[in-house]
Design a protein around this ligand. Structure first.
Ligand SMILES: Nc1ncnc2c1ncn2[C@@H]1O[C@H](COP(=O)(O)OP(=O)(O)OP(=O)(O)O)[C@@H](O)[C@H]1O
Length: 608
């Protein structure tokens, strides 16, 4: 994966190309910001030459002051405008990286744990993933925006260098000495820069990971009386992060100060030479020339130390790209690919957002072809083993017919949830094939979404918003349709008891709802989309027998009525009433199909 990674320069160039006009506008402004201070140098030379009557200009002191002031004001204007373009460009760059990273994460099989290549098979927590979006994206942003500063400073440093050459070529050659030393130093410590950066990022990631876990597990920590233990662990991680950050920052500071010192020593040597040359070749180097030389020399030398710092930054950005590649398991070019961002413009205008069609039910949206309606779903020899284990499912085949009710059952850990996740493309197929109406499904992750299918896991995911928003999730539906879906999910009575009705705020992860209400709110979300295939992972676990029976009855009454929606169900359950209703039961044992049949065929040990 990383063998053919393009160079950091190529990746930065791709990012520059994304917002070219903004980039070049900012670059031009930066040229002014960097270049305007060069003009006082010329003015100073002429001023000093006026004192020794060697100037070709005859300006009054006030004219010189006015000129210097005008240059100063122009620079202030350039800096002010440059800050606006820089800010816009800066955030566009990190937004592109974050957008691409997020898109890649969404395209992964959703139930597969996130890992980094350095920690193979060791899942990352959401808190840990945040550090990729925060520190790594910002690091790359800094480097891209650094390029036009380097360009601006570089052009004027080059101009200054040419001027210095015209004044005294021999002395100017000494300017290159610090540059060679800086390049050699960067080359020598490149590995160390990257190693320290990797270690500090990893340590930060562990701290943010634990913060995330602590916040979501406050109750578990309290119940176990583990506050002190968790805090001690947190302190250990923070101490380690401190150590790694100090190491990383110290190296950066040492490098920067080394660059400055190298440059300062070089400057000192040049000045000594220049002064010597002034004494020995009286008349060729004027006082004005010497003043100009000193002025422009600092210009060139500042650029050299800036360049050194920038080169170190690019090494650190290489680490950020490597880390992100490891996270999304794809090459870095995908991270810099060009996609619309819809950010507000520099004038503050919000761009027109594209109209999307989030998962409309098939009768409202031309369901591509009639063929897309489920007639038969076939799974052949599905195998998925969790990385580093032999747990999961092995060689599972099944067929689901339109309008049927299929129940997967089996003991705890038999592989029921894994089978559903593999079928829904939430875990990648290691072996096996999936067919929808006889057509092979190439990308199950993208294929199994409404209006083809909808799935509710054992613990449904709801968001900290209103009930309405949670059920709609962007779908354009009115309250009547919403209430029909809610009634189908047997959530209507609960809703009637809520003073704020559909506008009830349900809290983070739906914490203000009971387990059963959560399940039924998630079911309503599925029903509203009227998918061809409904997949439930153990609805029975959170519902009493009666409520669950009502739900299935209401759903199947639809199928037998003239309603255009004929739902097909695939559910995990141990409940007798559900098993009795099943058209087909698949009994899993140790990840394999042990039996396929009807309720009567099932050994009594599996019926509750
Ligand atoms: N993320 C994971 N990493 C490693 N092993 C896992 C993971 N998730 C599940 N397993 C293992 O895979 C096997 C099947 O798990 P699965 O959750 O599919 O079982 P299940 O039949 O749904 O169980 P339950 O009835 O408790 O929900 C179990 O042995 C489980 O320990």
């Amino acid at each position: 994966m990383t063998l053919n990674r393009p160079s950091i320069w190529h990746l930065l160039w791709q990012m520059i190309r994304y917002a070219q006009s903004l980039y070049w506008t900012d670059t031009i402004l930066w040229l002014f910001i960097a270049g305007l201070p060069a003009l006082p140098g010329l003015a100073i030379r002429e001023f000093f030459n006026t004192l020794t009557n060697k100037s070709s200009f005859t300006l009054s002191p006030w004219a010189w002051i006015a000129l210097l002031l005008a240059i100063g004001v122009a620079r202030i204007v350039a800096i002010f405008t440059g800050r606006i373009t820089k800010t816009q460009h800066r955030f566009t760059m990190s937004a592109l990286i974050r957008r691409n990273l997020l898109a890649k994460l969404f395209n992964r099989p959703g139930a597969e744990p996130l890992t980094t290549s350095g920690k193979q098979n060791f899942p990352l927590s959401p808190g840990e993933v945040i550090s990729f979006f925060r520190e790594d994206a910002t690091q790359i942003e800094d480097t891209v925006v650094g390029t036009n500063e380097i360009l601006g400073e570089g052009i004027f440093a080059l101009g200054s260098l040419l001027l210095l050459f015209s004044v005294n070529a021999t002395i100017t050659l000494f300017v290159f000495l610090p540059l060679v030393l800086i390049a050699a130093l960067i080359h020598r410590v490149a590995d160390r820069i990257k190693r320290y950066r990797r270690a500090s990022r990893q340590a930060t990631q562990q701290v943010t990971g634990l913060v995330g876990e602590m916040f979501t597990a406050v109750q578990a920590i309290q119940v176990a009386g583990a506050e002190q233990t968790v805090l001690a662990h947190f302190r250990r991680l923070c101490d380690r992060r401190q150590q790694m950050m100090v190491q990383d920052q110290l190296l950066t500071a040492i490098l920067e100060s080394s660059f400055e010192n190298l440059v300062s020593l070089g400057t000192g040597a040049i000045l000594l030479f220049a002064a010597q040359s002034m004494r020995s070749t009286v008349g060729t180097l004027t006082v004005g020339d010497f003043a100009l030389f000193v002025y422009y020399l600092s210009y060139v030398t500042y650029f050299l130390s800036f360049l050194g710092g920038f080169l170190a930054l690019t090494k650190q950005s290489e680490v950020s790209f490597e880390r992100m590649e490891g996270l999304i398991e794809c090459d870095a070019p995908a991270l810099v690919a060009h996609h619309p961002l819809y950010l507000p413009t520099i004038a503050g205008r919000n761009p027109q957002l594209p109209t999307t069609h989030p998962t409309q039910p098939h009768q409202n949206r031309a369901f591509a072809e009639q063929d897309d309606r489920l007639q038969e779903l076939t799974a052949l020899n599905l195998t998925y083993h969790y990385p580093g284990t032999n747990q999961g499912i092995t060689d599972v085949s099944l067929q689901i017919q339109r309008g049927s009710f299929t129940v997967i059952t089996g003991q705890v850990g038999a592989g029921k949830s894994t089978l559903l996740r593999v079928l829904m493309g939430l875990l990648p197929l290691q072996v096996g094939e999936l067919y929808w109406n006889g057509q092979a499904i190439a990308y199950p992750t993208q294929f199994f979404a409404p209006p083809r299918s909808a799935y509710t896991p054992q613990v449904p995911q709801l968001f900290s918003h209103t009930l309405r928003e949670n059920i709609l999730l962007g779908l354009a539906k009115n309250d009547t349709e919403l209430k029909q879906a809610i009634a189908l999910a047997t959530f209507d009575q609960d809703l009637a008891a809520m003073p704020d009705g559909l506008d009830t705020l349900i809290g983070s992860k739906g914490m203000r709802l009971s387990g059963g209400q959560l399940q039924r709110a998630a079911a309503a979300r599925m029903f509203l989309r009227q998918p061809e295939l409904l997949v439930f992972d153990d609805l029975s676990s959170a519902l009493d027998v009666e409520t669950e029976q009502t739900l299935w009855s209401r759903l199947f009454d639809l199928g037998s009525s003239a309603h255009s929606w004929v739902p097909t169900c695939l559910v995990v359950s141990h409940r007798r009433a559900v098993l009795q209703r099943a058209d087909r039961i698949i009994l899993l044992n140790n990840g394999r199909v042990e039996l396929e049949g009807k309720f009567e065929d099932l050994p009594s040990v599996y019926v509750r």
